[in-house]
Design a protein around this ligand. Structure first.
Ligand SMILES: [Zn+2]
Length: 174
């Protein structure tokens, strides 16, 4: 953390909350191409300035911030893991983030494995040997960290881009 003055510290108010006022004709939604255009141009600039590793770290950290904001806005009513899981599934679908399935939910060890089909960040991208959804790793971490007050490690173990045609994430406590 640095001590530079902040102009853009995130909270929901900075992006505007009244869609009727903001976009009376166009409404809430845009295309996934426009979303990816923002993500991938930002990533391009970050990578060329700071290198791949730092760009990934920045994306993961931003994802964590987003996951925490998502939790505050959409998951406030979740009282236990099953209700959190249900809320994540519903909201990811409604918001067009992806189709979530939980493959493993071990509340004793707090180990979770989930897949995200049709993932907003990577579904349909050309094959690489890479797992590229570092923003999603952070996003899922942000949700679980917020709910539990703990510090999860989330790793993407399969990705559309690595040939799996879904993104699979493992969330564990260190
Ligand atoms: Zn992926």
């Amino acid at each position: 953390m640095n001590t530079l003055p902040r102009k853009y510290a995130f909270n929901w108010d900075v992006i505007g909350t009244d869609v009727q006022e903001a976009r009376p004709a166009l409404g809430l939604y845009t295309s996934f191409e426009v979303y990816r255009l923002l993500q991938f141009t930002l990533r391009d600039v970050l990578e060329s300035r700071y290198g791949t590793k730092a760009a990934d770290e920045i994306f993961r950290e931003a994802g964590t911030l987003a996951g925490k904001a998502f939790f505050e806005r959409y998951c406030a009513d979740a009282t236990d893991i099953p209700s959190l899981v249900k809320t994540i599934q519903q909201e990811f679908r409604t918001l067009g983030i992806g189709i979530v399935r939980f493959e493993k939910t071990d509340t004793k060890t707090m180990t979770f494995q989930l897949t995200v089909d049709e993932d907003l960040d990577c579904s349909g991208l050309p094959d690489t040997s890479d797992h590229i959804c570092v923003y999603d790793e952070g996003f899922i971490k942000g949700i679980f960290d917020s709910f539990t007050g703990k510090d999860f490690t989330v790793q993407e173990v399969d990705c559309w881009c690595s040939g799996a045609r879904t993104c699979r994430f493992k969330a564990t406590l260190p």
